[in-house]
Design a protein around this ligand. Structure first.
Ligand SMILES: [Zn+2]
Length: 261
């Protein structure tokens, strides 16, 4: 692992997330100076670098983090999906609830929604950057009132993901869409969870990160459907050329899209 990779992993594992969220905006771009050059391009902010920065709590992934907007592989992939495949959907600025908003996507949405800022709502348990603060298992928003929900890499942290999914189903307007990515171990048929494991060190060893409560397996789609959604798994990166997959460094995450019929 590179020196930068090791340093980033150490920082992620020792500094509390709210502090990270405050300092990442200037600290990461400074590190990006080490990667000046061409060969990678971020579709979200347009930055070009020799490579992206390494990133990861446990296993560090090389070529992952955009030093300018802080996008990761999955954000870049998702951005293409939203802006290429769903451009129509965003035309009239439908209501978006963005849970635990990724800064790279939030900045773009705030720009797109500058004419109707009230339609783009961000929420988080504790982030100072979010509009609303709530537990996703109990969402203080009316039934059938949100058109699009973005909720990435949250469900693996939540005590009852079923409760959270039912809440998101409840607030989604019929015809609405959700993006719900989670880390998945495709070698597992069934999701592994054990509520008796609460020690952060043990969780990091067993679940891959100190604050994860489960490791999802191939049954993730079924868990989405169990809340009422029509759920779809899309290997969107496979629709790009080898050249583009390297240029944008998409990684190997699949997209998980839900709809309320
Ligand atoms: Zn970027």
């Amino acid at each position: 692992m590179s020196f930068v990779g090791k340093s980033i992993r150490l920082v992620l594992n020792t500094i509390p997330r709210p502090i990270l969220q405050r300092v990442a905006g200037w600290a990461v771009p400074m590190m990006g100076i080490l990667y000046l050059g061409k060969g990678r391009k971020c579709p979200i902010c347009g930055a070009e670098r020799r490579r992206f920065l390494p990133y990861g709590y446990g296993k560090v992934r090389e070529d992952a983090l955009c030093p300018t907007c802080l996008s990761l592989e999955r954000h870049r992939l998702l951005w293409f999906y939203l802006m290429n495949n769903n451009a129509e959907r965003f035309k009239n600025l439908p209501t978006i609830l963005h849970i635990a908003p990724e800064v790279c996507l939030m900045k773009q949405f705030k720009q797109i929604y500058s004419a109707k800022p009230q339609n783009y709502i961000t929420a988080d348990l504790e982030s100072p950057l979010a509009d609303m603060h709530f537990d996703v298992q109990q969402i203080p928003i009316a039934d059938n009132s949100v058109d699009i929900i973005i909720c990435n890499h949250i469900l693996e942290h939540v005590e009852s993901d079923h409760k959270a999914l039912c809440e998101m189903y409840r607030i989604m307007r019929p015809g609405g869409m959700g993006i719900m990515l989670v880390p998945i171990d495709y070698s597992r048929e069934v999701t592994f969870e054990d509520d008796t494991i609460t020690d952060p060190k043990q969780r990091a060893e067993i679940f891959g990160q100190y604050d994860h409560r489960r490791i999802y397996g191939k049954d993730y789609l079924k868990r989405l459907s169990a809340a009422g959604f029509e759920a779809e798994e899309i290997d969107y990166a496979a629709t790009f050329s080898d050249y583009d997959r390297t240029l944008y460094s998409f990684g190997c995450d699949k997209l998980y899209i839900v709809r309320k019929v």
